[in-house]
Each structure stands twice: as C-alpha cells, then as structure tokens.
Design a protein around this ligand. Structure first.
Ligand code: SAM
Length: 239
C-alpha cells in the first residue's frame, strides 16, 4: 500500500513514518510513504495557502486552488482514495481502519487554520474525524490513521495473528494480559494463564473480554451481538 500526505507541514511526518512498526513496514516494502508539501501547488512568491473568510469571522481558511491542483496532479499517476481530515467527518474506528487497509493508495489531506474552503470537501472519498475535539491541524490525525492501518497490513506485525486479538477487532475490548513476574506487589497472574491448558485459556479470555467490555465500554456489547444472558452468566467473575 502507498500512503501519501498533503500538508503544509510535511516535516511533521518524518520521524513518525520512519519509526517502529511504520518504519519497519516501509523497510519490508509493505508500506510506501510519500509526503507532499501543499505549498508546492501555490503560484505566488509567499506560497500562500490561506485567505480571509467570506462573510467575516476570525481566522483564515485554506484556499481551494492548491488542493484541487495538487489532487489533479497526484491522481494523474494512479487512482487513490482521498481522505480529508475534519472534526466534522465520520469518527475513525477499527472497522474504518480495516476498510482503508485494503486500499492500494491513500492520499490524506491535512487542514490547518479554520479548515478548508467548503468546495475542497467535494474531493474527498472519506471525511474523517479522530473524535469530537478540535486539533490545530490534520497531520496528527493522518499519523494516527496511518499507524492504525499499517499494523493491519499483511506481514507487518511479527505474527499474522497479532492484531486479530486486539481491542475492537471482534467488536470487544481485548482480554487482560500479563507478563512476568507471576506475582507482583501482591497481585497474582490468574492461574489459568499458567496452566498451559489452551482451551481453558481461550475460554477465560473470551469471558474476560466480555466482562471488561461490559465494565468499561458497555455500548460495544450490543453492537457485537453478545447476549444479555452471556453477560449475566459472567457477572460474578472477578477481573
Ligand atoms: N474550523 C474547523 C471546524 O470547526 O470544523 C476546525 C479547523 S481545525 C482548527 C484545522 C484542521 O485540523 C482541520 O482542517 C482538520 O484537518 C484538522 N482537525 C481538527 N480537528 C480534527 C479532528 N477531530 N479530527 C481530524 N482532523 C481534525
């Protein structure tokens, strides 16, 4: 897959896109990354990407021409799914990450200032928000989305199965996990995990996923089809 970003701060991506899983994915060839500077598609001496807002109001708005021209050029090479980040978009989640991970090429357009001239949004295949809060720019959103997508690409994580147990992958939160020592400050690792009994471990994990989800994110249970009976049955189990 190829991820491209279009931003007035392309340098923000350099470390993140070269570090840890993202960096390794690029080394392995599972991910190609290209950062574009939106100012390359301006025509004035000051490389202006913003302007005053019609009708008045505080701040500046990102002009349509650089974004339209950039996408004209970039889409000439090959088709791509275009993402524009805005707090008004669909909230990003694991199922959207999975959907985007199947793309050959993604172009992520990052806003600044008061966002984009409304006409720019017509260019988007996806309007994506990270959540109901306002960031100063779309670059961090693009990094978050790239990171979430990248770990779903085949061959990127150490084990092909690593992400299938993650929270949200089956609609539930991940079960509790432990590493050594088996006892720390009076807190013991549940015995079943030391038993070597894989069937019992799998059953315990499923139960704990449901209990943890019921406790921390009850809203998710309905969506993933866990019955009320199943939750009640486990209600008395200690986390
Ligand atoms: N005035 C805009 C509004 O109220 O919808 C907010 C503009 S924000 C200060 C500047 C840019 O940051 C946006 O164009 C977008 O690219 C990015 N941004 C801000 N909050 C975001 C969020 N929650 N999710 C994704 N991108 C966000």
């Amino acid at each position: 897959m190829r991820i491209e970003t279009l931003s007035v701060f392309p340098e923000m991506f350099e470390t993140v896109m070269a570090t840890s899983i993202l960096g390794r994915a690029r080394e392995k060839g599972a991910l190609e990354y290209l950062g574009h500077d939106l100012r390359s598609w301006t025509h004035d001496r000051h490389k202006t990407v913003d302007d005053e807002i019609y009708g008045g109001g505080p701040g500046q708005l990102m002009k349509p021409e650089p974004v339209f021209e950039a996408l004209d050029d970039l889409l000439e090479d090959a088709p791509a799914r275009v993402i524009i980040f805005t707090p008004q978009g669909k909230q990003f989640d694991q199922s959207l990450a999975k959907e985007l991970a199947s793309a050959e090429r993604l172009i992520m357009v990052c806003g600044r200032y008061e966002g984009f001239d409304e006409r720019v949004y017509t260019l988007a295949d996806y309007l994506i928000s990270l959540g109901d809060y306002v960031l100063t720019g779309g670059e961090l959103a693009a990094m978050v989305v790239s990171d979430a997508i990248c770990r779903l690409l085949p061959g990127v994580l150490g084990s092909e199965l690593s992400h299938t147990d993650d929270s949200f992958s089956e609609g539930l939160l991940e079960y509790p996990q432990y590493t050594r020592p088996a006892e720390y400050r009076g807190m013991e690792v549940p015995e079943v995990l030391l038993s070597g009994n894989h069937a019992a471990i799998a059953e315990w994990r499923r139960k704990m996923s449901i209990i943890k989800t019921a406790k921390l994110r009850p809203d998710l249970l309905v969506a993933c089809g866990v019955s009320t009976d199943e939750v009640l049955e486990m209600k008395n189990t200690q986390l």
